[in-house]
Design a protein around this ligand. Structure first.
Ligand SMILES: Cc1ncc(COP(=O)(O)O)c(C=O)c1O
Length: 318
């Protein structure tokens, strides 16, 4: 078993917590920098946890193939951890997934299988199960069902948040993909601070918790068109909608005003955190997560100018 190539795994987690002051509104919120994880997203945590756990329990053999359906961050994270641990990784990805995500997976030495799912995750999940049923070499991390995903956020991310916030936590907000982050962190925070509000951020175009019909949205990494099983374990107090355009505007503000190169869901999370902090009043401690890095969004709307020109980069010819 290769052990000498695994140093990168030690860089996962224990991410910094930033205090962000929004001068125009006189509001401060806390934002945990999950984009600092080595492959660039919060998903590194699950990738390391599930593969190390599987190896320890003898579920991974030298000829095993790690197989997961992912629209991006989990695929990249599993490819990175799989490379470091010396396992073959195959990622099933919808053909509409962005080119930069595919390139990163390829660069990490993993194999990509694309399918026509029209953005519907279930198609890929079914395909991974069919493949595993016919070949015992496949190991499925199953991020959408695996209780380890939730447990890891309760035991690692959630505990880190509790250590990093001075005093009481009044609210925690995050989007949901598998729901594991929101549920795991929510459980950890509620156990210590039972009155803390645990809030789900949803794209306004796909507000399933609000009981609305799903449309296409542009906040990648969250809201995959169904309410995930793990989210049922979240001690939710409410849900707040953010329009994709507003999420992108806030994300550009994080880039240009704070120098934080994060993805669209981070802007959406911060939008809700500011709203909650304003409602809860001065002194409230509101926490959210900056889930991933900007560079996996180059080909998306985030890096294209809105029609009103509000985000036109300032260039000068000299
Ligand atoms: C880009 C991104 N990745 C991952 C997550 C967390 O996903 P999950 O619900 O699967 O834990 C989020 C949640 O906000 C996200 O924005």
């Amino acid at each position: 078993m290769r052990k000498d190539t695994r140093a990168v795994i030690g860089l996962i987690g224990n991410t910094p917590m930033l205090k962000l002051y929004f001068q125009d509104r006189g509001i401060t919120i806390y934002a945990k920098c999950e984009f600092i994880n080595p492959s660039g997203s919060i998903k590194d945590r699950f990738a390391a946890r599930v593969l190390l756990d599987a190896e320890q329990r003898g579920l991974l053999k030298p000829d095993s193939i790690v197989l997961e359906c992912s629209s991006g961050n989990t695929g990249i994270a599993l490819s990175m951890v799989g490379a470091a641990m010396g396992y073959r990784v195959m990622i099933l990805m919808d053909s509409i997934a962005s080119r930069e995500r595919r390139q990163l997976i390829h660069q990490l030495g993993a194999e990509l299988i694309t399918f026509e799912g029209d953005g519907r995750y279930q198609v890929g999940i079914e395909k991974s199960k069919q493949m595993a049923a016919t070949d015992s070499r496949y190991f499925l991390p199953r991020q959408f069902e695996n209780p380890l995903n939730l447990q890891d956020h309760e035991q690692s991310t959630g505990q880190e948040i509790l250590r990093q916030i001075p005093g009481r936590i009044d609210a925690f907000v995050n989007g949901y993909g598998t729901g594991a982050t929101l549920a795991g962190c929510g459980i950890a925070i509620k156990k210590r601070y039972p009155t803390a509000k645990i809030i789900a951020m949803e794209p306004a175009e796909q507000a399933l918790l609000a009981g609305e019909y799903p449309y296409c949205h542009q906040i990648e990494g969250v809201a995959d068109g169904f309410i995930p099983e793990l989210l049922h374990g979240a001690p939710l107090d409410g849900h707040v909608k953010v329009a994709s355009a507003d999420a992108m505007a806030m994300t550009r503000r994080l880039h240009r005003e704070f120098g934080l190169l994060v993805g669209t869901s981070s802007g959406a999370n911060v939008t809700v955190a500011l709203q909650l902090a304003s409602e809860l009043g001065p002194g409230a401690n509101v926490v959210t997560l900056l889930c991933d890095r900007a560079e996996r969004y180059f080909s998306t709307q985030l890096f294209h100018e809105p029609e009103d020109g509000s985000a036109v980069p300032k260039t000068a010819v000299v």
